[in-house]
Ligand binder design. Structure first.
Ligand code: NAD
Length: 257
């Protein structure tokens, strides 16, 4: 229970990687704040079930990460934020000269600008508490590129740069800021890409997974949400006190190629 008495706010955390991270932080004893923009009974029930499973405090707060004022309101409503995980993210695939501008704007807002707002709001709380951890969920696409994902790749490269800058601005304080760069993880976001990819390549599901997605991942396995959570817990541990301004790839060797 190394994170007992710490409160973690995880954006976009009612599914996929965000929920996996929230669960591992709760397993390590942190109180957690789950977030998404839906505010359904299921969202509140999910927080209650995490609280019951791990014996920690857990709340759900609705905030749309595409809106700066709501990003800031999320942190204000949380009231305390020792650990901030910027995880909310969306994706769209199209050639750059056909990329819908509203999709570009939404991806940059949710995947990048939201982190600027939450970090700006959380840093004063971390300074007051005398301890803080910022973990930004970037991507292997924050370090490499692929065609047709211009907004996503620009946002993910941007969040790597933001992480380094915040690390330098807090370097003399007991606050760290790092980015995790996952490879493919089979979450709802990735599931949603499979049908279009099947159509595009005329392949079945298994072939899309093996020959399109995992083709770039030398381990030939999906990474898991628990591995993203474990990496986050490590970055919040005292072993990581001097780890700041870096990226940790959890990508089965993708970025080693
Ligand atoms: P997901 O679709 O399963 O989960 C995304 C979460 O973000 C959901 O809880 C959703 O409600 C929330 N969200 C979306 N728009 C939001 C908004 N406007 N306001 C608040 N919440 C919002 O996706 P995931 O695969 O778990 O992705 C999580 C993060 O990990 C993203 O930043 C993604 O880019 C990154 N990532 C994922 C993979 C992968 O293979 N799955 C790989 C690299 C990086």
């Amino acid at each position: 229970m190394q994170l007992k008495n710490k409160t973690a706010v995880i954006t976009g955390s009612t599914s996929g990687i965000g929920l996996g991270i929230a669960r591992e932080l709760a397993r390590a004893g942190a109180d957690i704040v789950l977030n998404s923009f839906t505010d359904s009974d299921d969202d509140h029930a999910l927080a209650a079930s995490v609280a019951e499973e791990f014996g920690v405090g857990a709340r759900y707060i609705r905030a749309d990460m595409s809106k700066g004022d709501e990003c800031r309101a999320l942190i204000a409503q949380a009231g305390v934020c020792d650990i901030l995980v910027n995880n909310a993210g969306i994706q769209h695939v199209a050639p750059v000269d056909e990329f819908p501008v509203e999709k570009w704007d939404a991806i940059i807002a949710i995947n990048l600008t939201s982190a600027f707002h939450t970090i700006a709001s959380a840093l004063p709380m971390m300074r007051k508490a005398g301890w803080g951890r910022v973990v930004n969920i970037a991507s292997a696409h924050g370090l490499t590129a692929s065609p047709y994902k211009s907004a996503y790749i620009a946002a993910k490269h941007g969040i790597v740069g933001l992480s380094k800058t915040v690390a330098l601005e807090t370097a003399e304080e007991p606050i760290t800021c790092n980015a995790i760069c996952p490879g493919y993880v089979l979450t709802p976001l990735v599931e949603a890409q499979i049908p279009d990819t099947m159509k595009e390549y005329g392949m079945n599901r298994e072939d899309v997974i093996a020959n399109v997605m995992l083709k770039r991942q030398p381990s030939k396995q999906f990474a898991t949400v628990e591995q993203m959570g474990g990496t986050t817990v490590f970055l919040c541990s005292s072993a990581a006190d001097q780890i700041t301004g870096t990226t940790i790839s959890v990508d089965g060797g993708w970025t080693a190629l």
